[in-house]
Ligand binder design. Structure first.
Ligand code: ADP
Ligand code: ZN
Length: 433
């Protein structure tokens, strides 16, 4: 059995990767300049022409593309192909506003399948596996991307889609599902439903899960592994770049490998927009260099991470990116303190009596922001009485104060009060005017 899905690319020496990237970057820049009026106007304004790109470093001469550019050119304004060559259109989930679109040519579809096959192979999926695809299987890129990958790899796919949670559990049992694809939060919903039905999924045929589409903490990964009795692996991507398949986790579980033959990654300071040196944390910027229908130049992803060029224990040479703990859009500023939901998640999950079901509520009283956390306890804890629940609330409160420096009102709410996720979990309610 082969070690990687695409041995040649995944273990390519850095110098060869760079040569390949430069070749594709030049082609893509020429293509968008010629075919997409938006880019031609923008490049002209910036005084940069395709011939100016002579090295990979020259990428910093190109203008950024931002989310509002996609919204303003909605739905097809950034396509670089005639409409009849486009065989698929997807749209983002719209987590942060009006959804944006992405188009695919036949080649884009084939490549998507390849990139996702790399992801799945690295997660340990093999042709003998039965994969239950519990991502939403519609406009959202997650479901269809995983489907393409599993088909390319030659595994068996059960396109269960998200929702109908009880049915998911029946399918796992009846079909002998070995691999599950879903968001991390939906995996927990499934685990919870199973335990309500008196079924222990640790005893099931499941052995691997491939999770993505939303930030999750390391504590959450352990929780999922524990409750489902599986290895929890990771996939990363976004509609603007074609969906999942941009980066993937390997056996080392220490960050994600970026598919560098398809994407050039940079990190910039989100405020000054200056490129940051390797290893520093900042905003991820991606250029898709092999896409035909809708390549994007220096797209500001609004996810925060850092890049590392290192020899990975798995042997892959592809650049590594730290797992995305937060989208910059999710950053809350509470009385001047920056706060990410994942920080709260990590604190909560370090306390054994607390369940991973939580929501962060920010409101305003006078000039001051007020932070509140509603969280559930583990089911069996409720029976221990109110004094116990109060004690847990106080513990969470003091840990938040100690680590983040903010005073929060913490409430242990009754079991199942927090809405269960079937896709991307909604962790923040910002009630400020
Ligand atoms: P939307 O922006 O509407 O959620 P998408 O469905 O295209 O649209 O989601 C892409 C976003 O999902 C990414 O930019 C990132 O914020 C998040 N995401 C995807 N995969 C991961 C992952 N493995 N870890 C953290 N965040 C992820
Ligand atoms: Zn690796």
């Amino acid at each position: 059995m082969k070690k990687y899905w695409d041995e040649k690319t995944e273990s390519m020496p850095e110098a060869d990767l760079r040569t390949l990237q430069l070749k594709y970057l030049k082609q893509t820049v020429a293509r968008v300049y010629e075919k997409v009026p938006f880019y031609r106007i923008k490049f002209d304004e910036y005084g940069v022409a395709p011939e100016d790109i002579q090295s990979l470093e020259d990428i910093s001469r190109l203008p950024f593309t931002i989310k509002s550019d996609l919204r303003e050119n909605y739905p097809f304004g950034l396509f670089s192909i005639p409409k009849q060559d486009c065989i698929r259109i997807h749209a983002s989930s719209g987590t942060t506003g009006k959804p944006i679109t992405g188009g695919y040519t036949r080649n884009d579809m084939l490549q998507w399948g390849e990139l996702m096959a790399r992801t799945l192979w690295a997660a340990g999926v093999r042709p003998s596996d039965i994969c239950q695809n519990a991502y939403n299987m519609g406009l959202f890129t997650g479901g269809m991307g995983f489907l393409a990958g599993a088909e390319t790899l030659g595994a068996t796919v059960v396109p269960s889609g998200s929702g109908q949670t009880e049915r998911q559990i029946i399918l796992i049992k009846d079909f002998g599902t070995t691999v599950i694809f879903s968001t991390p939060s939906y995996a927990l919903t499934i685990a919870e439903k199973a335990s309500e039905l008196g079924i222990n999924l640790r005893d099931s045929s499941l052995r691997v899960g491939v999770f993505g589409a939303e930030p999750w903490s390391e504590e959450m990964r352990r929780e999922i592994e524990e409750r489902l009795g599986i290895k929890a692996m990771e996939s990363y991507g976004l509609t603007e770049m074609g969906g999942p398949g941009v980066a993937f986790g390997c056996s080392e579980k220490s960050g994600l490998h970026i598919n560098e033959d398809h994407y050039i990654a940079e990190i910039i300071d989100p405020v000054t927009e200056e490129p940051l040196p390797m290893g520093e944390e900042g905003e991820l910027v991606l250029t898709s260099i092999q896409r035909e229908a809708m390549p994007l130049i220096r797209y500001r992803v609004r996810d925060l991470t850092r890049l590392r060029r290192e020899s990975c224990g798995c042997g892959r040479t592809l650049l590594k990116m730290e797992r995305v703990a937060a989208r910059s859009d999710d950053m809350l500023i509470v009385n001047g303190v920056n706060l990410f939901p994942s920080q709260i998640e990590s604190i909560l999950l370090e306390i054994p009596e607390v369940s991973p079901q939580y929501v962060i509520i920010v409101s305003k009283k006078g000039y001051l922001d007020r932070l509140a956390i509603d969280v559930e306890a583990r089911r069996e804890i409720y029976a221990l009485g109110d004094a116990k629940l109060k004690e847990i609330e106080a513990k969470i409160q003091s840990r938040i104060k100690g680590t983040i420096g903010l005073s929060a009102r913490v409430r242990i709410v009754p079991y199942k009060v927090i809405e269960r996720s079937e896709g991307k979990a909604k962790r923040v309610i910002d009630q400020r005017p």
